[in-house]
Design a protein around this ligand. Structure first.
Ligand SMILES: [Zn+2]
Length: 131
């Protein structure tokens, strides 16, 4: 039985990170559908499940790999921006953040120094802001 399954899965995409996330999403949607008794959730869960199994059993592994890579990139970027946001919140009491009008580089300056001239560390543009 194990051997049969192994042979069946050979050359197919299998469970990747994207499929794993989708199966969690399916589970959550099913639970929400059960509790709220809104049929739409179960319907979306079903569609998502079909799509997930389509990807898992797909033989076009390069295309599936690409999709998975896209998802991983998206997840990475989200984590990075979330961490940046958290860090910013931690510093919000002591610092102010400005965007350079020239190159959009973020500049961090300490609070409570009144109006000061800020020099962009990247492009050397000078601009005046109230801290
Ligand atoms: Zn700049």
């Amino acid at each position: 039985m194990r051997d049969k399954l192994y042979r069946f899965m050979q050359g197919r995409n299998g469970m990747d990170e994207l499929a794993r996330m989708q199966s969690w999403l399916v589970l959550i949607l099913l639970l929400v559908g059960m509790f709220t008794r809104i049929g739409l959730f179960s319907f979306v869960a079903l569609i998502l499940m079909i799509y997930m199994y389509f990807r898992v059993f797909s033989r076009n592994t390069s295309k599936r790999y690409e999709e998975n890579q896209k998802y991983l990139n998206f997840r990475y970027n989200r984590t990075v921006s979330w961490n940046r946001f958290k860090k910013r919140m931690g510093q919000a009491r002591d610092y102010r953040f400005f965007k350079c009008p020239m190159c959009k580089q973020e500049v961090r300056v300490p609070r409570g120094h009144g109006k000061i001239e800020i020099t962009c560390p990247k492009c050397r543009e000078k601009f005046i802001r109230r801290t």
